[in-house]
Design a protein around this ligand. Structure first.
Ligand code: TYR
Length: 375
């Protein structure tokens, strides 16, 4: 590889947890071509600050001259245990479109260079559906279950759609005509399955780039379904400050520390993209602490030179300024606000109805009334 190709490869591989089959990308770069890479997201719960990690990677991929596709996987949204109910999925996809565009812009990605694709726009074509049948006939139930184990919700008597989920995700690589897929470490089993399954249909195996995932604010993984574990991309500055203040961050411990992770995987890389890799922590006494790499910050944290009390306000301030353009875009768009209401309507509560003695009537007259929760 010449120096220019090497520089592109280094950008693609920067800050990854893992690179599967890098030779596929190396060969494309040696030929002087642009690798085609996609990142897919199932349109389920509301995107949170964890989405900065793929957003920052996408920024790097574009800087490395890759052709990048963002897949809004609407069908996957309901295949996974109806996480997106079918009647909401269209608005969820629109919500994701707005939010993902805004988060990418906030890290300086010019979204004109990206291709956005809606899963249902091609996953219902005869060719695609026939491939689903073909793949489903050569993959065992056991292997499909294993491939989705860390992504698809597991339960007793789970819906059949959960087994289709990995089949479709693997086929997406072929039908989106890409060389590589990007995803978090939770996708790893699916990625390995893709390299094994596609050749069974005579298709080529792809490369996979695996992002680290940031720890949640309450320990464990950052998850859309655990309120206190995450910061919503539309949380107000006050809410951000409150959540960071409340977050678990044991002094001297950097492992599984969601606050340190935000600096490592979001704030420092975002600063680097903007041209100055630097993170500043003001202190009540003494000079501010200035970090240009995470190693130094972790060392100070372990030695309690950098305390959680000093770190937290700096992280809040960093996130608030990074997320300000997202907030502004939201406030300025009546359309986006309307989509939000439709995509995530307030929960419907079952109103208690006095039990009327059943006189054997089959009329639905005494069924509980579904009522909109008062706001
Ligand atoms: N599995 C991804 C997630 O957990 C979503 C996805 C769906 C990615 C389809 C790629 C794909 O082709 O969000």
């Amino acid at each position: 590889m010449d120096a220019a190709a090497q520089a592109r490869f280094d950008l693609i591989s920067d800050n990854l947890a893992e690179f599967l089959n890098p030779e596929i990308i190396e060969n494309i770069l040696i030929r002087g071509d642009n690798p085609k890479i996609y990142w897919g997201t199932a349109t389920t719960g509301r995107p949170h600050t964890g989405y900065f990690v793929p957003a920052l990677k996408i920024a790097q991929l574009l800087a490395a001259g890759c052709d990048v596709t963002v897949l809004l996987a609407d069908i996957h949204g309901f295949l996974d245990n109806l996480k997106a109910p079918i009647e909401l999925v269209e608005n969820r996809a629109k919500y994701y479109d707005k939010t993902i565009t805004a988060i990418l812009k906030s890290v300086g990605v010019s979204t004109e260079k990206l291709r956005f694709v809606l899963g249902s726009s091609y996953q219902k074509s005869p060719e695609y559906v026939m491939d689903v049948y073909r793949l489903a006939s050569v993959i065992s139930e056991h292997d499909a279950k294993k491939a989705g184990a860390e992504v698809v919700k597991q339960s007793d008597n789970a819906p059949l759609s959960g087994l289709l989920y990995p089949v479709l995700q693997v086929l997406d690589e072929e039908h989106l005509k890409v060389d590589c897929q990007l995803g978090g470490v939770d996708q790893r089993k699916l990625f390995v399955a893709a390299t094994e399954w596609l050749p069974k249909l005579g298709y080529q195996k792809r490369a996979h780039i695996v992002n680290p995932m940031i720890a949640g604010l309450s320990g464990g993984k950052m998850s859309s379904s655990v309120q206190d574990s995450k910061i919503d991309l539309l949380d107000s500055p006050e809410a951000i400050t409150k959540k960071i203040k409340k977050a678990e961050a044991a002094p001297r411990v950097v492992e599984e520390n969601g606050i340190v992770a935000l600096v490592e995987y979001v704030l420092l890389p975002a600063a680097a993209l903007k041209g100055k890799k630097e993170f500043v922590v003001e202190r009540r006494e003494g000079e501010p602490l200035v970090y240009t790499d995470i190693k130094q910050l972790k060392e100070d944290y372990v030695n309690d030179i950098l305390t959680p009390q000093a770190l937290k306000p700096a992280v809040s301030a960093g996130l608030i300024s990074l997320m300000a353009p997202i907030q502004e875009a939201y406030q300025a768009s009546a359309e986006w606000q309307d989509i939000t209401e439709k995509a995530y309507p307030p929960p419907v509560v079952q109103k208690k109805v006095k039990k009327v003695k059943d006189k054997g009537s089959r009329f639905p007259g005494n069924l509980p009334v579904r009522e909109q929760a008062s706001k």
